[in-house]
Every structure is written in structure tokens, then in C-alpha cells.
Ligand binder design. Structure first.
Ligand SMILES: Cc1cc2nc3c(=O)[nH]c(=O)nc-3n(C[C@H](O)[C@H](O)[C@H](O)COP(=O)(O)O)c2cc1C
Length: 221
């Protein structure tokens, strides 16, 4: 690796960052159920809180859920949503869908519900007059920070979007003015797969870089 002059990162440190990015996985199985120590969880949440945000608004909130009764309610909401989602598929696709593990709500000892204030006082509206949705984008940046920090701590993170957000709102007393952005299952795992589960399951392929980068103008493919 060529030196990045003035970056302040050694070649080994840079390689570690790229390795963390490349080996991050969405994990829904293989949780080993060990408790996540508070200091580890705090480091991961602190990484999330360092994410870029429109106007420096930090519009995110992380609701850390360890309570089993709450997680059981979320799991029931997942089961209901997943039954409806499965109804959109037929034949071989349905069979493949049914084989996928799509959540680890009870298997992971920690769940995190991530919510966003779409109209935060903080940041004084900077950047949101033209693109109000940037508050949500900022929150997604925070989730990615969390995901990467978790990876280097040996914690798997699984993002579950197959839940009616109204159910989460009721379970966690989330006010209407906040948008529910993510529900994450977090815990130590046996290991991290080399490839996305959906690739291994034959559900979807991975696009190469050449398919997602255009030069100078948009190119229809
Ligand atoms: C916004 C978002 C929502 C997702 N929702 C789900 C989900 O409900 N269930 C699931 O199994 N995976 C979910 N995933 C994980 C993706 O399937 C996964 O990121 C993708 O297949 C690539 O795999 P990788 O993250 O291991 O690289 C979600 C990911 C994102 C970014």
C-alpha cells in the first residue's frame, strides 16, 4: 500500500480500516448469547455518535433494549410482518425466502431501536431547507459507524426492517415526531461470513464497482 502522505495513518492502520469495512456483515444467526459488557456497547454507541450529521444536528437516538419481554413483543411483530412479506412471493422464490434467517431478535442479547428527529432544533435547519430528508441520512451514517465499530469488537449486527414501525412505536413509547429508522440485533457471534448471506443463499448477486460508478454524467444501464 502506498503511503497516504499526511493522513496520520500507517499502512497497517489503513489496511485495518479497509478490512473492517470489507468484513462487516449483516448477522442474524450464530449469536452466542454472551452478555455485551457496558463499556463495549458504549464504545460502539460513541462511534455512532461521531457520525456526520446535517448541520451538526445529531438527530439520532438509540434505544438500547435488553429486556426479554420487549424483545418477545418485537419478535411477534416480526413474525406477523414476515408472514405478510412472504405472501408477496410464490413458487421457488417463496421456498428460498422461507429458508432465509431474517432476524436474531431473541438470539442477540442486545437490540437497538434507532430513531430520528426529522425536524431537529439542533443544527438550526442548515442543509435541511433544500433536503429535509438529510436528518434521516445522518442517522443512517450513525448506524454504519455503529456497524463498523461493532465488527472490530467482534459483535454481529443484524438490521431488521421486517417489522411494522407502528408496533415498535407502541412497544418503546416512541413519539410520533420521531421516525423509526432501524431495528438492530447486536451480540457476540461465532464468526463473520466472508460473503453476504443473501449472496450465499442465491437470493441476490453483488454488483462490481464498475456497475455503480459513472464518470462525468449518469449512464443508464
Ligand atoms: C436498510 C437495511 C435494511 C435491512 N433489513 C434487513 C432485514 O429485514 N432482514 C435481513 O435479514 N437483512 C436485512 N438487511 C441486511 C441486508 O440483507 C445485507 O446488508 C445485505 O444482504 C448485504 O450483506 P452484508 O451486510 O453482510 O454485506 C438490511 C440492510 C439494510 C442496509
Amino acid at each position: 500500500m502506498r503511503p497516504a502522505t499526511g493522513s496520520g495513518f500507517s499502512a497497517a492502520e489503513r489496511a485495518a480500516v479497509y478490512r473492517a469495512i470489507g468484513s462487516r456483515r449483516d448477522v442474524r444467526a450464530d449469536f452466542i448469547g454472551d452478555t455485551v459488557p457496558d463499556d463495549v456497547l458504549e464504545r460502539v454507541l460513541a462511534a455512532a455518535n461521531l457520525a456526520p450529521s446535517v448541520g451538526l444536528s445529531q438527530p439520532w437516538r438509540f434505544i438500547v433494549v435488553r429486556d426479554l419481554a420487549s424483545r418477545r413483543r418485537v419478535r411477534a411483530a416480526f413474525e406477523a410482518a414476515n408472514a405478510s412479506a412472504a405472501a408477496a412471493y410464490t413458487g421457488e422464490e417463496l421456498e428460498r425466502y422461507a429458508r432465509l434467517t431474517l432476524q436474531g431478535i431473541l438470539e442477540a442479547p442486545v437490540n437497538i431501536c434507532v430513531v430520528c428527529d426529522d425536524d431537529p432544533q439542533r443544527g438550526h435547519g442548515l442543509g435541511r431547507q433544500t433536503m429535509p430528508e438529510t436528518a434521516r441520512y445522518s442517522t443512517v451514517c450513525a448506524i454504519q459507524n455503529l456497524w463498523l465499530a461493532a465488527r472490530v469488537e467482534g459483535l454481529g449486527v443484524g438490521w431488521v426492517s421486517i417489522i411494522d414501525p407502528r408496533e415498535l412505536r407502541a412497544i418503546f413509547a416512541i413519539p410520533e415526531r420521531l421516525t423509526i429508522v432501524a431495528y438492530l440485533c447486536v451480540g457476540y457471534v461465532r464468526g463473520f461470513a466472508d460473503e453476504p448471506d443473501l449472496l450465499r443463499a442465491g437470493w441476490e448477486t453483488v454488483l462490481p464497482l464498475s456497475e455503480v460508478v459513472d464518470h462525468e454524467r449518469y449512464t443508464e444501464r
